[in-house]
Design a protein around this ligand. Structure first.
Ligand SMILES: [Zn+2]
Length: 418
């Protein structure tokens, strides 16, 4: 087989395209392939698909293709331009790449797969791409996916504020809890941030929303109340956020008590911050047997911190009540315990939950939590750690949507993969 035939087949070129010549540069470890076309029956306009006359040829361009035998491989061609009576002078579509792409569709497909498994820089080093080139492929993939995503509103929405790095920078993340993916994210945690995430949906679309899991955050609640009828029956103030508020309160109690104890030379609470985050069971991989025994001893002791912890842990039981009525009764008991606890941070959270109680108890109707998006959260957490490498928020958004947007990322092409 001649090398031109070989490459025509490897590249999957179809009529009228064939390979004109192939050049191999062993020193540079590079293969360059030039494609040419015969005279076809007719060219078609890329916009209306109607047949159109040849106008001229664009300048020669190159597309990076999948390596051949470890050599970087580039396809070169001059793409014809047609003159369509309706759309004017247009470049014809080619089978190997999307319009304006710098890579063949098969290469982009492969790069997307590699990036899904690794990271931008990981893919960069495997595929010998610069960070910008790899990121550009990712951006195109996300733009493609967002364009293709059907514009239907999920029945179950989750909205979450994420702190990005230290220093009060936030992102608002809107999720589809039914299918477990990120709809969109925007900088900040204001009304506008959420409006931005809801961007694609119309007022009519939003009427289909059945439930919304969120934190007790007024700006978000305000947006939903404005845009969705009977929003208050649909908004569920998230239990994980409430428990997080309680965890913060327990820690405030602990810090204060620790200071007092240390004045008396008692350092029982030193370094115990993370222990109090858990319920009964400490994670097996992080705590040995003596740490377990020590924690039980602390819990059973007469410390204010252990009382705060017990209140926090018992609050979790609210969400395992059978019905709204049972939940409400349970809440009353817990609340009277909390207000008599003499622990100011706990009382503060108790009062906050009480103010928002109707939207906490909507849980018993919808039974939703953002826990369904736990998989999303863990990925976002991981991505956040690398956030410094993203240079700006838009890059971070691209990476999150790439991984967690459940998007159809691949370029269309007439070439068959594999
Ligand atoms: Zn046309």
């Amino acid at each position: 087989m001649r090398d031109t035939d070989l490459y025509r087949q490897l590249l999957g070129l179809e009529k009228p395209w064939t390979v004109d010549r192939v050049e191999l540069d062993v020193k540079k470890q590079r293969v360059d392939v030039w494609a040419k076309h015969d005279k076809p029956k007719s060219w078609t306009c890329p916009t209306c698909e109607k047949s159109a006359g040849l106008h001229d040829h664009d300048e020669e361009r190159a597309w990076r293709h999948l390596d051949s035998c470890g050599f970087q491989t580039f396809l070169h061609a001059r793409i014809p331009r047609v003159h369509c009576p309706e759309h004017g002078v247009r470049q014809v579509r080619v089978s190997w790449a999307e319009t304006k792409a710098r890579f063949t569709a098969l290469f982009e497909r492969f790069a997307i797969d590699v990036m899904l498994e690794t990271s931008i820089s990981g893919a960069g080093s495997i595929l010998k791409l610069s960070w910008d080139e790899a990121h550009h492929i990712m951006e195109r993939a996300v733009a493609r996916g967002l364009m293709r995503r059907p514009n239907t509103v999920p029945k179950q929405l989750g909205v979450d504020e994420k702190s990005l790095a230290k220093g009060q920078r936030y992102a608002t993340m809107l999720c589809d809890l039914e299918h477990g993916h990120v709809i969109d994210l925007a900088e900040g945690r204001s009304k506008d941030s959420l409006m931005h995430c809801l961007g694609k949906f119309s007022f009519n679309d939003l009427a289909d929303v059945e439930s919304i899991a969120m934190d007790m955050w007024e700006p978000y609640a305000l947006v939903f109340r404005a845009l969705i009828e009977n929003a208050d029956e649909k908004i569920v103030f998230e239990r994980f956020h409430i428990v997080a508020h309680m965890n913060a309160a327990v820690d405030q109690v602990r810090r204060r008590e620790n200071k007092e104890l240390r004045l008396d030379g008692d350092d029982r609470l030193v370094g115990s911050k993370h222990l109090w985050l858990y319920g009964g069971g400490l994670p097996a991989d992080r705590y040995d047997l003596s740490a377990r025994v020590a924690f039980v001893e602390l819990r059973e002791s007469n410390l204010r911190t252990s009382r705060a912890w017990a209140l926090k842990e018992s609050l979790r039981a609210l969400w395992s009540q059978r019905s709204r009525a049972a939940g409400e009764r349970w809440w009353q008991r817990w609340y009277s315990w909390a207000v008599r606890s003499q622990l100011a941070p706990i009382k503060k959270v108790a009062a906050m939950v009480k103010r928002h109680l109707p939207n906490v108890l909507t849980y018993f109707k919808h039974r939703i939590t953002n826990a369904g998006s736990e998989a999303i959260n863990s990925v976002v957490q991981m991505l956040k750690k690398r956030a410094f490498g993203y240079r700006n928020f838009e890059n971070f958004r691209t990476v999150v949507l790439f991984r967690c947007g459940r998007l159809d990322l691949y370029p269309t092409s007439h070439l068959k993969a594999g």
